[in-house]
Design a protein around this ligand. Structure first.
Ligand SMILES: [Zn+2]
Ligand SMILES: [Zn+2]
Length: 279
Protein backbone atom coordinates (compact mmCIF):
# COMPACT_ATOMS: atom_id res chain seq x y z
CA UNK A 1 0.00 0.00 0.00
CA UNK A 2 1.42 3.35 -0.94
CA UNK A 3 1.77 5.87 1.84
CA UNK A 4 0.88 9.49 1.40
CA UNK A 5 1.95 12.03 3.95
CA UNK A 6 0.11 15.25 4.33
CA UNK A 7 1.65 18.45 5.73
CA UNK A 8 1.36 18.52 9.50
CA UNK A 9 2.29 20.96 12.27
CA UNK A 10 2.39 20.55 16.02
CA UNK A 11 0.80 23.51 17.83
CA UNK A 12 1.35 22.76 21.51
CA UNK A 13 -1.01 19.89 22.36
CA UNK A 14 -2.64 19.92 18.92
CA UNK A 15 -1.57 18.22 15.72
CA UNK A 16 -2.90 20.07 12.70
CA UNK A 17 -2.87 18.28 9.35
CA UNK A 18 -3.64 19.77 5.93
CA UNK A 19 -5.68 17.29 3.93
CA UNK A 20 -6.10 17.93 0.23
CA UNK A 21 -9.54 17.81 -1.35
CA UNK A 22 -8.04 18.30 -4.82
CA UNK A 23 -8.59 21.27 -7.10
CA UNK A 24 -11.15 23.68 -8.49
CA UNK A 25 -10.67 25.85 -11.53
CA UNK A 26 -11.19 29.60 -11.57
CA UNK A 27 -10.27 31.82 -14.48
CA UNK A 28 -7.71 34.54 -13.83
CA UNK A 29 -10.34 36.79 -15.47
CA UNK A 30 -12.24 36.60 -12.14
CA UNK A 31 -9.53 38.72 -10.53
CA UNK A 32 -9.94 42.48 -10.25
CA UNK A 33 -7.25 45.19 -10.02
CA UNK A 34 -4.80 43.16 -12.12
CA UNK A 35 -4.37 42.45 -15.82
CA UNK A 36 -4.96 38.70 -16.49
CA UNK A 37 -1.69 38.58 -18.45
CA UNK A 38 0.22 39.91 -15.42
CA UNK A 39 -1.59 37.42 -13.19
CA UNK A 40 -0.60 34.58 -15.55
CA UNK A 41 3.02 35.74 -15.51
CA UNK A 42 3.10 35.69 -11.67
CA UNK A 43 1.69 32.13 -11.69
CA UNK A 44 4.29 31.11 -14.24
CA UNK A 45 7.18 32.73 -12.31
CA UNK A 46 6.02 30.90 -9.16
CA UNK A 47 6.20 27.58 -11.03
CA UNK A 48 2.43 27.01 -11.06
CA UNK A 49 1.76 24.59 -13.94
CA UNK A 50 -1.97 25.14 -14.28
CA UNK A 51 -2.42 28.91 -13.81
CA UNK A 52 -6.19 28.72 -13.26
CA UNK A 53 -6.20 25.79 -10.83
CA UNK A 54 -6.97 26.56 -7.20
CA UNK A 55 -6.02 23.95 -4.63
CA UNK A 56 -8.49 23.07 -1.85
CA UNK A 57 -7.31 22.14 1.63
CA UNK A 58 -9.24 20.99 4.66
CA UNK A 59 -7.57 20.84 8.08
CA UNK A 60 -7.89 18.32 10.86
CA UNK A 61 -7.00 19.39 14.40
CA UNK A 62 -6.33 16.50 16.79
CA UNK A 63 -5.64 16.84 20.51
CA UNK A 64 -7.29 17.39 23.86
CA UNK A 65 -9.52 14.39 23.21
CA UNK A 66 -11.01 15.94 20.09
CA UNK A 67 -10.90 15.44 16.33
CA UNK A 68 -11.94 18.62 14.59
CA UNK A 69 -12.37 19.16 10.86
CA UNK A 70 -12.09 22.71 9.56
CA UNK A 71 -14.16 22.94 6.33
CA UNK A 72 -15.21 19.99 4.23
CA UNK A 73 -13.95 20.69 0.70
CA UNK A 74 -16.07 20.65 -2.46
CA UNK A 75 -17.12 16.99 -2.37
CA UNK A 76 -17.33 16.79 -6.17
CA UNK A 77 -19.78 19.70 -6.59
CA UNK A 78 -19.13 21.31 -10.02
CA UNK A 79 -16.63 18.46 -10.45
CA UNK A 80 -14.34 20.14 -7.94
CA UNK A 81 -12.30 18.35 -5.30
CA UNK A 82 -13.85 15.24 -3.70
CA UNK A 83 -10.54 13.85 -2.48
CA UNK A 84 -11.21 14.45 1.23
CA UNK A 85 -13.27 11.27 1.60
CA UNK A 86 -10.44 9.11 0.21
CA UNK A 87 -7.63 11.10 1.85
CA UNK A 88 -9.03 11.10 5.41
CA UNK A 89 -8.59 7.31 5.84
CA UNK A 90 -5.00 7.68 4.58
CA UNK A 91 -4.21 9.69 7.71
CA UNK A 92 -6.05 7.17 9.85
CA UNK A 93 -9.26 9.12 10.36
CA UNK A 94 -12.71 7.59 10.09
CA UNK A 95 -15.49 10.13 9.32
CA UNK A 96 -17.31 8.88 12.45
CA UNK A 97 -14.41 10.13 14.59
CA UNK A 98 -14.90 13.78 13.63
CA UNK A 99 -16.67 15.36 16.63
CA UNK A 100 -16.69 18.98 15.44
CA UNK A 101 -16.71 20.72 12.07
CA UNK A 102 -15.65 24.37 12.15
CA UNK A 103 -16.78 26.27 9.08
CA UNK A 104 -14.88 29.30 7.74
CA UNK A 105 -17.86 30.02 5.46
CA UNK A 106 -20.47 28.17 3.43
CA UNK A 107 -19.25 28.43 -0.17
CA UNK A 108 -19.65 25.14 -2.12
CA UNK A 109 -15.90 24.37 -2.11
CA UNK A 110 -16.02 24.39 1.73
CA UNK A 111 -19.32 22.60 2.46
CA UNK A 112 -19.85 20.30 -0.55
CA UNK A 113 -17.83 17.52 1.11
CA UNK A 114 -19.93 17.62 4.29
CA UNK A 115 -22.68 15.61 2.54
CA UNK A 116 -22.14 12.21 0.95
CA UNK A 117 -23.14 11.09 -2.54
CA UNK A 118 -26.57 9.96 -1.36
CA UNK A 119 -27.33 13.37 0.18
CA UNK A 120 -26.80 12.25 3.79
CA UNK A 121 -24.48 14.01 6.21
CA UNK A 122 -20.94 12.72 5.80
CA UNK A 123 -19.91 13.20 9.45
CA UNK A 124 -22.79 11.82 11.54
CA UNK A 125 -21.16 12.41 14.94
CA UNK A 126 -20.05 15.98 14.31
CA UNK A 127 -21.41 19.23 15.61
CA UNK A 128 -21.35 21.86 12.84
CA UNK A 129 -20.09 25.22 14.12
CA UNK A 130 -20.43 28.40 12.04
CA UNK A 131 -20.75 32.15 12.48
CA UNK A 132 -24.32 33.24 13.14
CA UNK A 133 -24.18 35.79 10.27
CA UNK A 134 -23.00 33.12 7.81
CA UNK A 135 -25.93 30.84 8.59
CA UNK A 136 -28.41 33.73 8.58
CA UNK A 137 -27.16 35.04 5.21
CA UNK A 138 -27.69 31.79 3.30
CA UNK A 139 -31.06 31.13 4.98
CA UNK A 140 -32.46 34.56 4.04
CA UNK A 141 -35.01 34.40 1.20
CA UNK A 142 -34.41 38.06 0.30
CA UNK A 143 -30.73 37.34 -0.29
CA UNK A 144 -31.68 34.29 -2.38
CA UNK A 145 -34.09 36.29 -4.53
CA UNK A 146 -31.42 38.91 -5.26
CA UNK A 147 -28.80 36.31 -6.24
CA UNK A 148 -27.76 35.58 -9.82
CA UNK A 149 -28.06 32.07 -11.20
CA UNK A 150 -24.58 30.90 -10.16
CA UNK A 151 -25.02 32.24 -6.63
CA UNK A 152 -28.52 30.75 -6.40
CA UNK A 153 -27.00 27.29 -6.69
CA UNK A 154 -24.65 28.19 -3.83
CA UNK A 155 -27.65 29.05 -1.61
CA UNK A 156 -29.25 25.69 -2.29
CA UNK A 157 -26.04 23.82 -1.43
CA UNK A 158 -25.50 25.78 1.80
CA UNK A 159 -29.15 25.28 2.83
CA UNK A 160 -28.95 21.54 2.20
CA UNK A 161 -25.91 21.31 4.48
CA UNK A 162 -27.42 23.45 7.27
CA UNK A 163 -30.62 21.39 7.05
CA UNK A 164 -28.69 18.11 7.20
CA UNK A 165 -26.79 19.16 10.33
CA UNK A 166 -29.65 21.18 11.90
CA UNK A 167 -29.92 18.92 14.97
CA UNK A 168 -26.26 19.62 15.73
CA UNK A 169 -25.74 23.15 14.43
CA UNK A 170 -24.08 25.64 16.78
CA UNK A 171 -23.63 29.29 15.84
CA UNK A 172 -21.37 31.86 17.49
CA UNK A 173 -20.78 35.59 17.26
CA UNK A 174 -17.19 35.89 18.49
CA UNK A 175 -14.60 34.51 20.85
CA UNK A 176 -13.71 30.94 21.77
CA UNK A 177 -15.47 28.22 19.81
CA UNK A 178 -13.60 25.29 21.38
CA UNK A 179 -10.91 25.09 24.06
CA UNK A 180 -7.78 26.60 22.46
CA UNK A 181 -9.58 27.69 19.28
CA UNK A 182 -10.99 31.18 18.83
CA UNK A 183 -12.89 32.79 15.97
CA UNK A 184 -11.70 35.92 14.16
CA UNK A 185 -14.10 37.80 11.85
CA UNK A 186 -12.62 38.30 8.35
CA UNK A 187 -15.28 40.41 6.60
CA UNK A 188 -15.69 40.87 2.86
CA UNK A 189 -15.51 37.38 1.36
CA UNK A 190 -18.89 36.33 2.77
CA UNK A 191 -21.13 37.76 5.50
CA UNK A 192 -19.77 35.53 8.25
CA UNK A 193 -16.32 34.63 6.85
CA UNK A 194 -14.26 33.53 9.85
CA UNK A 195 -10.66 32.60 10.61
CA UNK A 196 -9.74 30.26 13.44
CA UNK A 197 -6.77 30.80 15.70
CA UNK A 198 -5.42 27.64 17.35
CA UNK A 199 -3.34 28.31 20.48
CA UNK A 200 -1.63 25.91 22.85
CA UNK A 201 1.48 26.17 25.03
CA UNK A 202 2.54 29.55 23.58
CA UNK A 203 2.31 28.27 20.01
CA UNK A 204 -0.28 29.42 17.55
CA UNK A 205 -1.65 28.97 14.07
CA UNK A 206 -4.17 31.03 12.14
CA UNK A 207 -6.40 29.19 9.67
CA UNK A 208 -7.46 32.09 7.49
CA UNK A 209 -10.13 30.57 5.21
CA UNK A 210 -10.43 32.35 1.87
CA UNK A 211 -8.17 35.36 2.50
CA UNK A 212 -6.54 34.31 -0.80
CA UNK A 213 -7.49 32.05 -3.74
CA UNK A 214 -4.32 32.62 -5.75
CA UNK A 215 -1.66 32.92 -3.02
CA UNK A 216 1.24 34.02 -5.23
CA UNK A 217 -0.83 36.79 -6.78
CA UNK A 218 -2.89 38.06 -3.86
CA UNK A 219 -0.14 37.96 -1.21
CA UNK A 220 2.12 40.01 -3.48
CA UNK A 221 -0.80 42.28 -4.43
CA UNK A 222 -3.35 42.32 -1.57
CA UNK A 223 -5.58 44.75 -3.49
CA UNK A 224 -6.40 41.97 -5.99
CA UNK A 225 -9.86 40.59 -5.22
CA UNK A 226 -11.81 37.77 -6.84
CA UNK A 227 -15.36 37.60 -8.18
CA UNK A 228 -16.26 35.22 -5.30
CA UNK A 229 -15.73 38.05 -2.77
CA UNK A 230 -19.15 39.36 -1.74
CA UNK A 231 -17.74 42.81 -0.96
CA UNK A 232 -14.44 43.06 -2.90
CA UNK A 233 -13.18 46.33 -1.35
CA UNK A 234 -13.90 45.08 2.17
CA UNK A 235 -12.23 41.74 1.37
CA UNK A 236 -9.13 43.58 0.09
CA UNK A 237 -8.97 45.73 3.25
CA UNK A 238 -9.29 42.60 5.41
CA UNK A 239 -6.54 40.86 3.40
CA UNK A 240 -4.16 43.82 3.91
CA UNK A 241 -4.92 43.96 7.61
CA UNK A 242 -4.39 40.22 8.14
CA UNK A 243 -1.18 40.16 6.08
CA UNK A 244 0.12 43.02 8.21
CA UNK A 245 -0.83 41.17 11.41
CA UNK A 246 0.61 37.75 10.51
CA UNK A 247 3.84 39.19 9.08
CA UNK A 248 4.49 41.36 12.15
CA UNK A 249 3.64 38.51 14.55
CA UNK A 250 5.51 35.96 12.35
CA UNK A 251 2.41 33.85 12.84
CA UNK A 252 2.13 30.45 11.19
CA UNK A 253 -0.81 30.42 8.78
CA UNK A 254 -2.97 27.86 7.05
CA UNK A 255 -5.56 28.55 4.36
CA UNK A 256 -8.02 26.59 2.28
CA UNK A 257 -6.44 27.83 -0.97
CA UNK A 258 -2.85 28.28 0.21
CA UNK A 259 -1.64 25.33 -1.90
CA UNK A 260 -0.71 21.70 -1.31
CA UNK A 261 2.00 22.59 1.22
CA UNK A 262 -0.74 23.83 3.54
CA UNK A 263 1.26 25.97 5.99
CA UNK A 264 3.29 29.15 5.55
CA UNK A 265 4.59 32.34 7.05
CA UNK A 266 4.21 35.74 5.45
CA UNK A 267 7.06 38.16 4.99
CA UNK A 268 6.67 41.85 4.34
CA UNK A 269 8.39 43.10 1.19
CA UNK A 270 9.11 46.63 -0.06
CA UNK A 271 5.68 46.50 -1.65
CA UNK A 272 3.21 43.76 -0.80
CA UNK A 273 4.19 40.52 0.91
CA UNK A 274 5.86 37.20 0.11
CA UNK A 275 4.91 33.66 1.07
CA UNK A 276 7.35 31.23 2.70
CA UNK A 277 5.97 27.71 2.89
CA UNK A 278 6.76 25.70 6.02
CA UNK A 279 7.75 22.11 5.68
ZN1 LIG B 1 -15.14 31.19 -0.47
ZN1 LIG C 1 -12.97 28.73 -1.20
Amino acid sequence: MSTITFPSQQIGDYTVTAISDGYLTASLEFLSNIDPADAARIQNDAGVKEPSSVHINCYVVRGGGRTVLIDGGAGGIKQWGDRLRTNLPLVGIDPFEIDTILLTHAHPDHVGGLMDASGEIGFPNAELVAHQREVAFWQDDGNLSRANERARGNFLIARRVFAGYRAKLRTFESGDVLPGISAMPFPGHTDGHTGYRVESNDQSLLVWGDIVHFPHIQIAYPEVSIAFDQAPAVAAATRSKILDLVSSEKLLIAGMHLGELGFARIKRRDSGYGILYES
